[in-house]
Design a protein around this ligand. Structure first.
Ligand code: BGC
Length: 349
C-alpha cells in the first residue's frame, strides 16, 4: 500500500512510497484512510526539526490528524465495519509514570510516551492503518470529512480544561477570551470558548482572506495587530502562535488574575526587552498564571467529539480549506496564504 513517510531529522526526505500492510501488532481494528490533516508539527517533521522513527526503522509514516472508515472491527466488536473513526495520537509510557498509569498520558511525566506519526509509532498517512479498539474514537457520522478536525479540537478542549482548572483556584467568572492566531487551533479554540458562552476575540496578523470572516461568522470579534492594542485586558488568553513577540504581548496584556494558556510550540524568537524577573514580578502582583498545555487524553477526545458534533457544519467545512490527493503531499505540506486546514485525502468520506 501507499504511505507518506519521512526520515526524521532529515529535511526534505518525505516521499510517497510502497510500504507493507499494517500488521495486527498495531491493533486489531483495520481502517481504510479517508483523510489526514496536516499541521505545523507535520511541517516541522518534514523539515527535519522534530519527530522520531519507530525503533529499528529509519522512516516514520507521517500524520496524526486521522479520519478513517473501519474495514474490519476485529474480535472485540466494539466498532462496526463502515464506522468513521479517528485514532488517538499518544500512547502511555511503558514505565508507566503516575499520570500515564491513570490514563492521563497527555500529562506524561517522564517523556517516554509515544505518538502516532510523531514519536516512535507510525502515523496515519497510509491507505490503511490499524489501531487498538480502545484508541479508536468513533465520530458522529453526520460530520463526514469534518471528523478530520477532531484531533486539533482535542488539543483545544484540553487547553480549555486546564484554563478552567486554574481559574477555579479562586472566585472565577471570566467574561472575555482572547485567542492569538487564527489558524485551525486558534479558530477551534474560539469555537470552544464560544460554546462556553464567553465573549471571544481573535487576533491574527492578516487583515484579509478567510480568517476575519470565519471569526465574525462565529459571533466573535477579529483584531489584527498586537494584543496590547485591542483596548481591553482579556480574562483568558489562549496563545496559539508560539511566536515570541505575540507571547510577550499576551503576558503583558492579560487582565489581573487572568490566565495565559500556551498551546503553540515555536522556537527562538528571543524577545530581549522583557527581563524575566520583571515578568515574574508582574505575574506575582497580578496573580497571573501561565499554563502550557499539550496533547489530550480520552476525556478530552470524548468532549471534543461532543463539541464538534454541536458546531455549525457549514462553519466547520470552511476550516477545511484545501484537499490534496496523496500524490500531492508536498503541496499539502507547503503553506499557502489562505490555508486554514489542509488535508491529504485518501478516499471519500
Ligand atoms: C499534536 C499533539 C502532540 C504534540 C507534540 C501536536 O501537533 O497535535 O497530539 O502531543 O504535537 O508532539
Amino acid at each position: 500500500m501507499k504511505a507518506i513517510t519521512v526520515e526524521p531529522g532529515c529535511a526534505g526526505s518525505a516521499r510517497l512510497e510502497d510500504v507493507a500492510e499494517p500488521g495486527v501488532r498495531d491493533g486489531s481494528v483495520l481502517v481504510e484512510a479517508v483523510a489526514v490533516g496536516v499541521c505545523g508539527t507535520d511541517v516541522e517533521i518534514a523539515e527535519g526539526k522534530y519527530g522520531w522513527a519507530p525503533e529499528g526503522s529509519k522512516r516514520l509514516v507521517l500524520g496524526h490528524e486521522s479520519l478513517g472508515r473501519v474495514i474490519d472491527p476485529g474480535p472485540r466488536q466494539t466498532l462496526r465495519a463502515g464506522d468513521l473513526v479517528v485514532g488517538i495520537v499518544r500512547r502511555p509510557d511503558p514505565v508507566p509514570c503516575p499520570s500515564c498509569a491513570v490514563g492521563e498520558w497527555d500529562m506524561c511525566r517522564n517523556g517516554k510516551y509515544t505518538e502516532r506519526g510523531i514519536k516512535e509509532i507510525h502515523g496515519f498517512m497510509s491507505e490503511r492503518w490499524r489501531i487498538e479498539p480502545e484508541y479508536a474514537m468513533k465520530v458522529d457520522p453526520s460530520l463526514g470529512l469534518l471528523g478530520v478536525l477532531l484531533e486539533p479540537t482535542t488539543v483545544v478542549t484540553k487547553a480549555w480544561e486546564q484554563v478552567a482548572a486554574v481559574g477555579h483556584r479562586a472566585f472565577w467568572e471570566p467574561r472575555t477570551v482572547l485567542v492569538t492566531g487564527a489558524g485551525p487551533i486558534g479558530l477551534l479554540a474560539a469555537l470552544v470558548a464560544k460554546q462556553h458562552g464567553l465573549e471571544v476575540h481573535v487576533l491574527d496578523r492578516v487583515t484579509s482572506g478567510p480568517k476575519p470572516d470565519l471569526v465574525k461568522a462565529l459571533g466573535a470579534t477579529y483584531h489584527s495587530g498586537s494584543a496590547t492594542e485591542i483596548g481591553f485586558q482579556a480574562d483568558v488568553i489562549i496563545e496559539c502562535t508560539g511566536v515570541g513577540p505575540v507571547i510577550a504581548d499576551s503576558l503583558k496584556s492579560v487582565a489581573s488574575g487572568g490566565i495565559v494558556c500556551l498551546t503553540g510550540v515555536g522556537s527562538g524568537g528571543r524577545v530581549g526587552t522583557m527581563p524575566i524577573a520583571d515578568m515574574a514580578a508582574e505575574a506575582v502582583l497580578r496573580n497571573n498564571v501561565i499554563v502550557g498545555s499539550v496533547n489530550a487524553n480520552k476525556r478530552h477526545w470524548y468532549k471534543a467529539g461532543e463539541a464538534l458534533a454541536r458546531a455549525d457544519r457549514s462553519w466547520l467545512s470552511r476550516l477545511v480549506s484545501r484537499r490534496a490527493p496523496p500524490e500531492e503531499f508536498a503541496s499539502a505540506l507547503k503553506r499557502e496564504p489562505d490555508d486554514i486546514k489542509v488535508v491529504v485525502q485518501f478516499s471519500g468520506a
